[in-house]
Design a protein around this ligand. Structure first.
Ligand SMILES: [Cu+2]
Length: 196
């Protein structure tokens, strides 16, 4: 019984091998020469397959490392940035400046805040200043949107979203909430003041 099974497996293997060679090889080559020649073709085909998988893996790995490095670099604000926590609530924004922040106001005065400070619905920054935003919500989902600067980050309860920017043109820019957050959603409007 065992012999029959073994014979059967051998025949299957030989059949499979012949079929593969038949598919892979040139049908015009016959006999012993065909078998040797087909073995050579199969071994070369395997080598090409292994090589192509290796090269593809290396190229994809290289692209992955470059893309990952760039993504981390893009998300990391340059050193010396102004850290501001953007707190969304129904239905207003609070901008909390980190301790030791220095803020220049539209009247030209500059003040240091050793303990930090905060403003409701107005965010003051200077031209060319790197601003590191930490966007959070204390109640429901909101969305922090400055359409003129293309900044649009969700404010989600229990989750900190980070975004940094650098305004290069002085002026006032509207800040909106673009996530319907309740009956007063339409009043949730602030201003970004970019001081020269
Ligand atoms: Cu809102």
């Amino acid at each position: 019984m065992g012999l029959v099974q073994s014979d059967s497996i051998d025949r299957n293997r030989r059949g499979h091998s012949r079929f593969r060679n038949h598919v892979l090889c040139n049908n015009q080559v016959q006999g012993e020469a065909a078998t040797e020649w087909c073995k050579l073709v199969v071994s070369k085909t395997h080598a090409i397959e292994i090589l192509s998988v290796l090269i593809t893996s290396l190229v994809l790995g290289y692209i992955g490392v470059i893309a990952g490095t760039n993504l981390i670099a893009i998300d990391t604000p340059p050193p010396g940035s102004l850290h501001v926590k953007v707190v969304a609530r129904q239905f207003y924004w609070t901008f909390e400046y980190a301790p030791n922040s220095s803020i220049t106001f539209p009247n030209g005065t500059t003040r240091q805040f050793p303990n930090g400070t905060s403003f409701q619905n107005t965010l003051f920054v200077s031209v060319g200043e790197v601003v590191d935003l930490e966007i959070v919500s204390l109640d429901v989902a909101h969305s922090f949107f400055i359409p003129q600067l293309g900044i649009h980050i969700d404010a989600i309860p229990g989750h900190d979203n980070r975004y940094w920017f650098e305004a290069d043109t002085p002026g006032q820019y509207i800040i909106e909430c673009t996530q319907f957050c309740g009956t007063g959603h339409y009043t949730m409007i602030g201003t970004l003041v970019v001081v020269p």
